[in-house]
Each structure stands twice: as C-alpha cells, then as structure tokens.
Design a protein around this ligand. Structure first.
Ligand code: MG
Ligand code: ZN
Length: 235
C-alpha cells in the first residue's frame, strides 16, 4: 500500500527545477559576434585558413578538419591574444538568463565549438568562472596552438564538437532539454532538443526544415520566454 509520502511524489517531480536543463552556444549567442572567427582572422598566418573556410562552407570538409587546420595556423603570444579576448563583448541579457537559471535551480551548460583555453579565459575574466562549459581542447606552446577534439562523434562527421552527445542517450536524464544557439554547429543539437531558441543561420535552417523553435534577438528575450515556460510548467 503506498504511503502518503509516496503519493506526493508525482507533483513534486513535476516541479520545473527537476524538469529542465539549459544548453547554450557561446560564439555569437553569449558573445556579440563570433570570437573564434575574430581570433582566426586576426592571428592566423598564410592563406591556408581561408582555403579551409571556403572548403568548409562548400561542405567539402567537416568542421573538425577546418578548425584543426585553422588553429594550427595561429601565431600569437599569450598577452597579445588575451588583450584581444578582453575586448570581447557579452550579450547583456546573459546575466538575466544566469540569474533565472540559478533562481530556478536549473543547470546551465555552455556547449561551444570554440576552445577551452579561450573560453575558460573569457569566463574567468568576467567573473563567470563557475559557469559549466564543454568546448574543443587547445594546448599552447610559445606562440603556437595544438587543437584536439574530445567531443567529436564518428557518427556525426559534420561536427567538430558534437554537442548533442551531452544530452542524448546513453545519457538517460529525464529533464527537458532547452537549447539556445545561432549557427551551423547548433543544428545537430537543436534537432534533438525539446525547446529551441534560434537566431541567424540556425533560425533560417530550422525554419527550412520545419523544426519548431522560438526566434530570438538577444538573451534577455530568451530569459523572459523561459521564465514563462518554467512557471507554466508549475501550474
Ligand atoms: Mg555560435
Ligand atoms: Zn553532431
């Protein structure tokens, strides 16, 4: 016979803080503009990086091969690179989104095709060192950089960091996945998320594929809509 406590499990489990988790892209979603493109344009030497970009845009190579070659073309001393990263601007609505996630006790994780060395530096400098993130990996040796791709997926050759692997099975977390992004690396996870916020190229592509999504301009919009969704789920 169920105890009175067991009978209350249903409504408790339906509370929003148990029901959602947020995954968010970094470049041009949390930041104003694409940080990694800016680093490559400023610090890559030679023309190989441009050829790779053209091959990737034409669909001849995947993001992993493109980024691998581009990051190996970089030449930058650390102080020069960090000066550049210090000028990166964040969407002011990101703090509203973080505040909402913290208040509702909903996990928020950045999933990026950028690199841990750069992402970690930017977040630390903004006092956001406690925000969870996964990105590609970058080692630095003097003025050179060695990329690697710990989250590439053999089943998904178009992705460098296959972001959906953080929430698809065998990960059997029952919480609804909220995904927020703007670009090509977000297409793969957005096709598998429960609630999608999209802008720019991602929005265009999802509309072409008739994938349901919320259009957004800035993260303040996203925070407002999510707050409504979370509260409606508690009714
Ligand atoms: Mg992006
Ligand atoms: Zn993928």
């Amino acid at each position: 016979m169920p105890s009175p406590t067991a009978a209350r499990v249903g409504p408790v489990r339906a509370h929003s803080r148990d029901g959602f988790r947020i995954f968010i892209d970094f470049d041009n979603t949390i930041t104003i503009g694409d940080v990694l493109d800016g680093v490559i344009e400023k610090f890559a030497v030679g023309d190989r990086w441009r050829e790779l970009e053209i091959e990737w845009e034409a669909g001849k190579i995947g993001a992993r091969d493109c980024l691998d070659g581009q990051l190996r073309s970089l030449r930058a001393e650390w102080p020069e690179l960090t000066r550049h990263l210090d000028a990166v601007q964040l969407d002011p609505g990101f703090s509203a989104l973080l505040t909402l996630a913290r208040r509702e006790q909903i996990d928020l994780t950045i999933l990026s095709d950028n690199f841990d060395l750069l992402l970690g530096y930017i977040l630390q400098r903004r006092g956001l060192g406690d925000v969870a993130f996964f990105g590609n990996h970058l080692e630095r040796a003097a003025d050179r950089f060695l990329p690697s791709f710990p989250f590439s997926n053999p089943d998904c050759p178009g992705c460098a960091h296959c972001k959906k692997t953080h929430f698809l099975p065998p990960n059997d977390d029952p919480r609804h996945v909220v995904y927020i992004g703007d670009g090509r690396s977000d297409l793969c996870p957005a096709r598998h998320a429960d609630i999608v916020f999209a802008k720019a190229g991602l929005l265009k592509q999802l509309r072409a594929e008739q994938v349901a999504c919320h259009a957004f301009d800035g993260l303040a919009d996203v925070a407002r809509v999510l707050e409504k969704i979370f509260h409606e789920s508690q009714l």
